[in-house]
Design a protein around this ligand. Structure first.
Ligand code: ZN
Length: 471
């Protein structure tokens, strides 16, 4: 099978005008000028996407698919109220089946938006069903919570049990390395997520980190996201500290930044994905680099929840592996990596002239449309530890790719396909989504999920929820 298009954008090499990608099963066999590919691989079916660009599937490094049906439910709330209402809604008003439908709806949205890989944090394990059914690729982090130090052993045992069950569901035998995948493929990777410094006790962080490292499990942690979190960790004050005290939970204030606190607990093992990193102290950056952790940049979620913006310029210049994340649609309210790319480009940190040298040829210190697109593809793949198999179009890599239509009035004319994609295109311009050589979205239809049925089911579930969760 040969896919040809007006442009092929491999990311790891320059764009090819009138290019083609040759697929063989689940992998990319070759790519180059369309005329050469057709000549080199005679007899292959050729599908042409004229006016469109072929590029690697987008990588959304941070999502919570199971919360999709709460889009727009919790608006204009202070962060601590927002997170408490979200938790209460999840546990008291929604069932496991509701969250399963929610995760399926989120998978549908991702596929339509050209996202082929996600780093998804899940509480009830329902995302696994969504990934299995939808054909999406993902690193699925099972969340663990408990700020009570005395519960650490019990929660670790719970987590071990949950992981074993999840592994059983994707066909990994007990004792096998969990990074190996489902049914002979590595499409779904399981990991763990000790949620955040304010929701996980120090002893639980230590135990989960040691256990995950011994099992080679990927880890994801929400860190340095909010002012409330910084107040708790740095000063032992604020609404999070008050809430811990009100619940009779012992808390000795670390008196340092959240990143330094996590480092002290042994939680920053290489490859750990730190989500947000909005509130960093100067000493944190070298620590992040030395620890070889990755960072999930979720610009829209950070703005919408009122946290401000990560210093993208400093993290980018420090060479820390970075990917873009939508976060849950409860704090976004859409999964559209095109928008996240633009938010990255318009990050206020690019104006901080004091933060190191600025490339004279670029107002954003070397960060332009090309780098934004790199973050949404290969950068995200690196942040998730998957860049050996996805993130760019290269012979031998997985056939995870999308076609983006650039023929619309809002994208015309196209002087540079990368500029058109990053500055002008939208998620709705995606016309083909393919993961592991399998078509997930084509000609306006998600092929692996019942989109109309899911919309109906979501509509029925939300009848039970009162507007804005303040009831
Ligand atoms: Zn999150």
């Amino acid at each position: 099978m040969i896919l040809s298009a007006s442009w092929v954008i491999p990311i790891s090499s320059p764009p090819i005008s009138k290019g083609a990608v040759v697929l063989h099963g689940s992998r990319i066999q070759d790519l180059g000028p369309a005329a050469d590919m057709v000549k080199s691989y005679p007899g292959q079916e050729v599908r042409d996407f004229r006016g469109a660009a072929l590029l690697p599937g987008l990588v959304n490094v941070h999502s919570h698919l199971e919360l999709t049906l709460l889009r727009g439910y919790l608006e204009n709330l202070p962060f601590w109220d927002w997170i408490r209402r979200l938790t209460r809604t999840k546990y008291e008003l929604l069932t496991r089946q509701d969250l399963e439908i929610s995760a399926m709806a989120g998978a549908c949205e991702a596929i339509r938006a050209g996202v082929t890989t996600l780093g998804d944090a899940m509480d009830l394990g329902t995302s696994l069903d969504a990934f299995a059914a939808s054909g999406l690729r993902g690193v699925l982090y099972q969340e663990v919570f408990s700020p009570r130090p005395e519960e650490a052993d019990e929660r670790l045992t719970d987590l071990e049990g949950k992981l074993e069950k999840l592994q059983g569901r994707i066909g990994i035998a007990s004792g096998q390395r969990p990074r190996s995948g489902a049914s002979g493929s590595d499409r779904v990777v399981l990991g763990v997520s000790p949620h955040a410094p304010y929701s996980v006790s120090g002893p639980l962080f230590r135990k989960v980190s040691q256990w995950a490292a011994s099992r080679d499990l990927p880890v994801c942690i929400h860190a340095a996201e909010s002012e409330e979190e910084s107040l708790l960790i740095e000063k032992g004050k604020g609404p999070m500290a008050d809430a811990l005290r009100a619940r009779g939970i012992g808390w000795s204030t670390p008196g340092c930044s959240p990143v330094q606190y996590l480092h002290g607990l042994g939680a920053l093992v290489p490859g750990t994905l730190l989500v947000h990193c909005v509130r960093l102290q100067p000493a944190d950056l070298p620590l992040l680099r030395k620890s070889r952790v990755s960072v999930a940049h979720c610009p829209k979620s950070n703005w919408k929840l009122g946290h401000g913006s990560m210093n993208l310029k400093r993290l980018f210049q420090a060479g820390i592996p970075l990917g873009l994340g939508s976060d849950s649609v409860v704090s976004n309210n859409s999964m559209d990596l095109f928008e996240e790319m633009r938010f990255g480009l318009f990050n206020p940190s690019w104006f901080n002239r004091g933060d190191g040298p600025v490339d004279a040829g670029c107002t954003r210190g070397g960060f332009a449309a090309e780098q934004a697109l790199q973050l949404a593809t290969l950068g995200g793949a690196q942040a998730l530890g998957l860049s050996g198999s996805i993130g760019s179009l290269e012979a031998g890599k997985k056939a995870d790719l999308i076609a983006v239509d650039l023929s619309g009035i809002h994208t015309q004319p196209v002087f540079s396909p990368v500029t058109a994609i990053v500055h002008s295109a939208r998620a709705s311009d995606v016309i083909l989504t393919m993961a592991e050589g399998k078509v997930l979205f084509d000609q306006g239809t998600v092929t692996t999920l019942d989109e109309a049925g899911l919309k109906k089911q979501v509509g029925e579930i939300v009848q039970r929820l009162k507007p804005d969760g303040r009831a």
